[in-house]
Unconditional design. Structure first.
Length: 182
């Protein structure tokens, strides 16, 4: 009951554009923009995966960790953790290669643009795949992007296939339905 109330609080609209080498998320209320590479640096320690960095910081952090790993190998020190750098939006056929990674990336981007609140808010989200949409978006891809947005914390998800939207973040819910669900 309380959870439903918190999710119903107005928290604006976010617009996410996804490429295999870039993610751009903008928000109405904060007017902030998250625009970075879709990279996650993940540390595996004790069988658990922990996201250590996102975007360009992840690439830099991964390079530093690889240098430290080479130094420790030269000194014959034991490694207890494994670092991997993944791009969850890089697959030859679909835009999403790793669903869980893409969800974490989208969650991070939404939190980054919406800001921190005492009560977590759930924005409306427009997801627009910017590539690998030849012939349109199939029902499976529609569901994939919808589930991705809901898993990332969105209250309602619209999947847009077409030209980039000029000012989607100021539209009302009725206008969004008309624009996105032609």
């Amino acid at each position: 009951m309380l959870s439903a109330f918190i999710r119903s609080l107005s928290s604006g609209t976010c617009y996410a554009q996804l490429w295999s080498d870039r993610v751009r998320i903008s928000c109405t209320q904060s007017a902030r923009v998250f625009d970075d590479q879709p990279l996650l640096a993940i540390r595996t320690a004790g069988g658990k995966k922990i996201v250590m960095a996102v975007g360009q910081k992840a690439a830099q952090w991964y390079q530093q960790e690889q240098l430290q790993k080479q130094r420790s190998e030269q000194q014959n020190e034991k490694q207890t953790q494994d670092i991997t750098l993944i791009n969850p939006l890089d697959h030859p056929r679909l835009l999403i290669a790793d669903f869980t990674g893409a969800e974490l990336l989208l969650r991070y981007g939404i939190a980054n643009v919406c800001g921190k609140h005492i009560l977590p808010r759930s924005p409306q989200l427009i997801i627009q795949p910017m590539e690998k949409t030849e012939g349109g978006i199939t029902d499976i891809e529609q569901r994939l992007f919808t589930e991705l947005g809901l898993g990332a914390g969105a209250r309602k998800v619209y999947v847009h296939d077409g030209a980039p939207l000029a000012h989607p973040v100021v539209a009302t819910a009725v206008e969004l339905e008309r624009i996105v669900c032609k």
